[in-house]
Write a protein that binds this ligand. Structure first.
Ligand code: RB5
Length: 196
């Protein structure tokens, strides 16, 4: 259960996001379409939100719009972290803003899209507690959840087409971590984090 009220969550998320927005965007932050962190209709204010964060650089901009819409059609809440135009942008900034939301428990899962998915996954994996998987096929997407409990999904808008991208997202969305021996291996990964 989340103790914070939605307004507080909203503010925290927005403040967090403003931090990573370019200055020229900041004054308009509340008017950016799809920007709001919404409570599920009919839910009490204390109910936990299932929240996907999503981000892309310029190379993934159009794909992000498509996937955001797709996740919403699957019934998920989506917090859009930009980039908000097609001008050249830097994927590490977006990756950090999105991955940090997941690491802080402010988003339950995230999707990051750049040209290849590689830069996003490398950057996201620098955030402690993040397990970002860069995939280009639905099978790997499912395995990344079942075996690796990936909490961030990355792929490349220049690598996969829109229909494969939706299949990737659907497989990852529907899959569940299997635990057991896989949990023990994730603990070993955490140990690596602790040692380095
Ligand atoms: C941008 O040109 C490109 O380098 C970026 O989208 C990504 O593919 C990096 O990994």
């Amino acid at each position: 259960m989340i103790e914070n009220k939605p307004e507080k969550l909203y503010n925290e998320r927005m403040e967090f996001r403003v931090f990573f927005l370019r200055e020229k965007d900041a004054p308009d932050i509340k008017s950016v379409p799809g920007n709001a962190c919404r409570a599920r209709p009919g839910t009490e204010t204390t109910e936990a939100l299932i929240m996907y964060a999503i981000g892309s650089d310029h190379a993934g901009y159009d794909m992000r719009m498509l996937i955001k819409d797709y996740l919403e059609k699957l019934g998920e809440e989506v917090l859009d972290m930009g980039t908000f135009d097609r001008e050249r942008s830097n994927y590490p900034e977006i990756a950090e803003s999105v991955a940090s939301l997941v690491a802080a428990g402010k988003a339950d899962a995230a999707v990051l899209i750049c040209g290849t998915g590689i830069g996003m996954s490398i950057a996201a994996n620098k955030v402690k507690g993040v397990r970002a998987a860069c995939v280009s096929d639905p099978f790997s997407a499912r395995m990344s959840k079942e075996h690796n409990d990936a909490n961030v999904l990355c792929f490349g808008a220049r690598v996969v087409g829109s229909e494969v991208a939706k299949m990737i997202v659907r497989e990852w969305h529907d899959a569940e971590f299997l635990g057991g021996r896989h949990r023990m291996r994730l603990d070993m990964i955490e140990d690596i984090e602790g040692r380095n």
